[in-house]
Design a protein around this ligand. Sequence first.
Ligand code: HEM
Length: 117
Amino acid sequence: MTHAHITAWAVAILLFMIAVFQERKQAKTKIIHMILRLFYLLIIGTGAWMLHSIASIPALYVVKTIVGIWVIFAMEMILVRKKKGKSTNVFWLQFTVAFVLVLYLGLKLPLGFYIFS
Ligand code: HEM
């Protein structure tokens, strides 16, 4: 499930970047955005599956989940606000902070790859 989770968020980030660049060119992003939303569900689904595999859920896992949802929230806000022509600076900042944090937490927690001790 770790690999499915990583694949899901890696594809989502890629789709998000494509949507951002398309939006800059004022091209249509509706379909990419719809597929991206499907990947949000896959990220949450695979994450929830991993949570399900552990007997009791330590606090750091709760933080990881919240920050993961925060990344998704920031991506969605950036795309929706871009479409409306509103400023996205605050959400880019949130996206960057949350993404770095979620990578750190994901790799620190013991399932799957374990880089930071
Ligand atoms: C875009 C959002 C997200 C990103 C970039 C992300 C990233 C990661 C990364 C890098 C790992 C480490 C994989 C490994 O150790 O091999 C991981 C593990 C995990 N993620 Fe996510 N994640 C996101 C969203 C979520 C969400 C929404 C949930 C909960 C529903 C979640 C739950 C988990 C769990 C339970 C693990 C296993 C932690 C462990 O290694 O012990 N993630 N994630």
